[in-house]
Design a binder for this molecule. Structure first.
Ligand code: FAD
Length: 389
């Protein structure tokens, strides 16, 4: 971008920090202001549902950088203040602390916010899990409790259920879909995840939704739509997340399940988006994509920084993600559409040590490994772009 002297990055987490640092690494000498609504120094979220919940890590260990790193790199931190409005014409961002900051280049890296049930969140013991404070509050309650119900068997729900079980609680995992993580990986891997959880003592209640949360002041039980009442001292609601775009309403930045961007991650003149909040055209797969995974936040932050500096390179990654639950390390590259055919090519599903390929229209579009990292990395090369064959 020409005349780039002031960059403002809204969202001080994985994507925002990477953008700011990449700008410096690529030689940008203008001002960088990183704005974040959380008071804590930027930290990493994946350990929250794993090491932090389990008590293996103190929260400090999740920090992305020590305090001094921002000073050393000349990155200004404005923490504890939310961006509340954007004026594209004047190129300014309004903050909840009353300030207004001008920019030449703006990066939107505001991530997502947890979805909530339409009821029950006012009861003590009912949690969501996105921030370090959420993780510490949830852990505190789990340590005082005998039973927990986790609502939602996606990545977060299955990981938290495993962590709670390892803390010794009675754990029930509830989801309206027939199997945990079935939308993400299909029936066969999802069945294997279900067996893992059941063998470790997690009670699975699938194919049924939550009708109500009961309790006076504090939660005491979860009522399911089939009439079952599950006792619970703690409830974790892990039913997905929504892009944090409320502050952009009326700004003119296109928003539709995220900030809609072109292939270079640009949403408007001088405005880019990165991380969980960005829905951009990924030329590798030939469609708009929004990825809620940690590696994407880093890679997209780097791409956005370079494009702000004028590279104009399409961002065409093969998405990567992982999840750890009990002794399973599941890693995956690519996409996993419902219609894809899944074929185990190394190892055995039943032994929970395998690599599977996902094929759509005769092409490998995704590869998934369960406790087989090295083989998986090799197979990753097989994922073909949308334009191939
Ligand atoms: C508990 C947990 C476990 C996870 N585990 C894994 C895993 O195992 N593997 C994996 O691949 N991914 C995992 N993820 C996902 C991964 O953490 C995210 O993809 C990553 O954090 C996205 O980074 P981001 O910077 O785009 O957004 P975020 O990390 O969501 O950061 C956005 C920041 O912007 C702030 N913000 C929002 N609105 C405003 C505003 N208006 N003004 C100022 N600041 C604002 C938010 O408070 C937040 O601090 C996990 C996520 C969670 C919550």
């Amino acid at each position: 971008m020409e005349n780039l002297e002031r960059v403002v990055v809204v969202g001080a987490s994985a994507a925002g920090v990477t953008t700011a640092e990449t700008l410096r690494r690529e030689g940008f000498t203008g001002s960088i202001t990183l704005v974040g609504d959380e008071k804590a120094l930027p930290y990493d979220r994946p350990p929250l549902s794993k090491q932090v919940l389990a008590g293996a890590w103190e929260p400090e260990r999740t920090l992305l950088r020590p305090d001094s790193a921002y000073l050393d790199q000349g990155i200004g931190l404005t923490l504890g203040s939310a961006a509340t409005a954007l004026d594209l014409a004047r190129r300014t961002v309004a903050l909840s602390n009353g300030e207004e900051i001008g920019y030449d280049g703006l990066v939107i890296a505001t991530g997502t916010r947890p979805r909530e049930l339409p009821f029950g969140h006012d009861l003590a013991g009912v949690h969501v899990l996105r921030t370090v404070d959420d993780a510490l509050a949830l852990r505190g309650d789990l340590l005082r409790s005998a039973s927990t119900v986790v609502v939602g068997a996606g990545f977060l729900g299955t990981e938290a259920a495993a962590a709670a079980r390892l803390l010794g609680l009675d754990v029930t995992l509830v989801d309206p879909l027939p199997l945990p993580l079935v939308r993400q990986f299909g029936d066969r891997v999802a069945s294997t995840i279900a067996s893992l959880h059941e063998e470790r003592g997690v009670q699975l209640r699938t194919g049924v939704s939550v009708a109500a949360l009961h309790g006076e002041g504090a939660v005491s039980g979860v009522e399911l739509t089939d009439g079952t009442l599950l006792p619970a001292d703690v409830v974790l609601v892990a039913i997905g997340a929504m892009p944090a775009t409320g502050w952009l309403t009326g700004s003119g930045v296109p928003v539709d399940d995220g900030v809609v961007c072109d292939a270079t991650c640009q949403a408007a003149d001088g405005v880019y988006a990165a991380g969980d909040v960005a829905r951009w055209f990924n030329p590798h797969f030939g469609g708009l994509m929004r990825v809620e995974h940690r590696m994407n936040a880093t890679e997209q932050g780097m791409a956005v920084a370079r494009n702000l500096l004028g590279a104009r390179i399409p961002f065409a990654p093969v998405p990567y993600f992982w999840t750890d639950q009990f002794d399973a390390k599941i890693q995956a590259y690519g996409v996993f559409p419902a219609e894809a055919e899944m074929v185990v090519v190394h190892g055995e599903l039943a032994e929970r040590k395998f690599v599977a390929h996902y094929l759509a229209h005769g092409r490998v579009v995704g590869v998934l490994g369960w406790n087989m990292a090295r083989q998986l990395r090799q197979d990753r090369q097989l994922i073909s772009p949308a334009t191939a064959g």
